[in-house]
Design a protein around this ligand. Structure first.
Ligand code: GLC
Ligand code: MG
Length: 469
């Protein structure tokens, strides 16, 4: 049985997890020193967002050397030490793999211009962070799906494929247990660069959504690239970043093991916090999964507002129970286990994602660095050392879910702010998504409440329970 079916993945944003040298930026030795905490939390794997050499315009997603560690974070030696220490504690290490683009400072961009997309004239494609996706240099333009400092690689060029697949080989040889593949659906573009059609439903907010990216993302042939990457990754874990409607998302599972084992399911990030809507989402997703495919769920990441800010501190415990009791591998974003919230700060990230990337709150003083943290702390009254109830709840949920991780899912009730479902024949979960008490729609023996103490006659405000039925 594959570890990742029963396991919990924990996302670490290395800049913000633990600093070891006082420069105010988290680093690999810092992460290594915190592995015992992760072990005690009960997670099975850590996913590190990019640690490679980078000018840090997009904080590591602009890679300038794929096979070395940015000195900010340490060295290859520190990386090897981290992997060895993680493995010694039964923790797997998953790296971010960024195949769609490099930094404009990557030597390839100078030495191999034909590895990128150059055109005499731009088309109408938009960049994900706003503006045209084309940047002019002299009388030509290159394509960048993200920042202008992140030119897109042309995966139709065999030399690009080989060079980027070599990157996978390099890290496999260093002992990693899997990869989270960045921007997977963007890996191929229309060879004719046709204009994208206008989105008639655009809400006027995010410019990227003013067009429907039919020619710049999610092409049918992208699955050939996915298959080539998966072939190398083999039985290690391949997680794919795919923001797409469910029917399109599940195609990234591939067929006969030629897709990702876990195409990230981000739909909880955008579904309104409503019992009927969440139940409908879970059912649609479960029904769409291809034969043999294993589900997964995400409540937060380094690109989206934190769950405790979205639904509030009290409801964040219910959200944790949902994430950790649905069928499928959960990915937990660092800090969500203590209820960290978005910090109102716009200091570094051009796409405005600083609020969800602030330093981990280890102690009442902070405990992240002895220097000045690169981003300010949030409310340090919320911290690991004080073992807040939401942290104790996470520990308990992660331990309890092992009992029923692989059993099936069945909705029991969705309405009046209550979502209830069964896992297998003898476990039920009931979640009160409201701030008022509600009748409990099922009977059973209480195994765990979000409030940590007894109950289970009715559901209290913002209470979730796991019952044996
Ligand atoms: C992914 C990452 C995001 C990054 C982008 C470009 O969406 O999660 O943080 O900015 O890709 O690499
Ligand atoms: Mg440091």
């Amino acid at each position: 049985m594959s570890w990742w079916r029963r396991g919990v993945i924990y996302e670490i944003y290395p800049r913000s997890f633990q600093d070891s040298d006082g420069d105010g930026v988290g680093d690999l030795p810092g992460i290594t020193s915190r592995l015992p905490y992760l072990r005690s939390l009960g997670v099975d794997a850590i996913w590190l967002t990019p640690i490679y050499c980078s000018p840090q315009r997009d904080f590591g997603y602009d890679v300038s050397d794929h096979t070395d560690v940015d000195p900010l974070y340490g060295s290859l030696h520190d990386f090897d030490a981290l992997v060895a220490a993680a493995h010694a504690q039964q923790l797997r290490v998953i790296l971010d793999y960024v195949p769609n683009h490099t930094s404009d400072q990557h030597p390839w961009f100078r030495e191999h211009p034909d590895w990128y997309y150059w055109r005499d004239a731009p088309n109408n494609w938009r960049a994900a962070f706003g503006g045209s996706a084309w940047e002019r240099v002299g009388d030509r333009y290159y394509l960048h799906t993200y920042l202008r400092e992140q030119p897109d690689l042309n995966w139709r060029n065999p030399a690009v494929r080989e060079a980027m697949l070599d990157v996978v080989r390099f890290w496999i040889d260093r002992g990693v247990d899997g990869f989270r593949v960045d921007a997977t659906r963007q890996l191929l573009k229309d060879p004719e660069f046709r204009d994208n059609p206008v989105n008639p439903d655009w809400d006027g907010v995010n410019e990227y959504e003013s067009l429907i990216p039919v020619h710049s993302a999610d092409l049918d042939e992208v699955h050939d690239v996915v298959a080539a990457i998966r072939q190398l990754i083999g039985d290690r874990l391949m997680v794919a970043e795919v923001y797409a409607p469910i029917e399109r998302l599940v195609r990234y599972y591939g067929k006969n093991g030629n897709g990702a084992q876990l195409p990230f399911n981000f739909h909880l990030l955008t579904t309104p916090w409503d019992a009927e809507k969440i139940a409908a989402l879970v059912e649609r997703y479960e029904a769409a999964l291809p034969e043999g495919a294993w589900p997964n769920w995400v409540l937060g990441n380094h690109d989206r507002p934190r769950i405790a800010s979205r639904v509030g501190a009290a409801q964040a415990r219910v959200a944790a129970m949902l994430l950790l009791t649905l069928r499928g591998t959960p990915t937990l974003y660092y800090g969500d286990e203590i209820g960290m919230t978005d910090v109102p700060v716009q200091r570094h990230d051009p796409a405005g994602r600083d609020p969800e990337r602030t330093p981990m709150q280890w102690t009442a003083e902070g405990g992240f660095t002895t220097g000045d943290p690169w981003l300010p702390y949030g409310d340090r009254a919320v911290n690991v050392a004080d073992e807040p109830p939401i942290l104790r709840l996470h520990r308990a949920l992660i331990a309890l879910r092992r009992e029923f991780a692989e059993t099936d899912y069945r909705t029991l009730h969705a309405g009046d702010g209550i979502l209830a479902y069964a896992r297998g024949n003898d476990i039920a979960v009931a979640l009160n998504l409201t701030g008022e008490p509600r009748p409990l729609p099922i009977r059973g023996e209480l195994l765990l409440s979000t409030h940590l103490d007894g109950g289970a006659e009715r559901l209290r405000a913002h209470e979730g329970v796991v019952l044996r039925i």
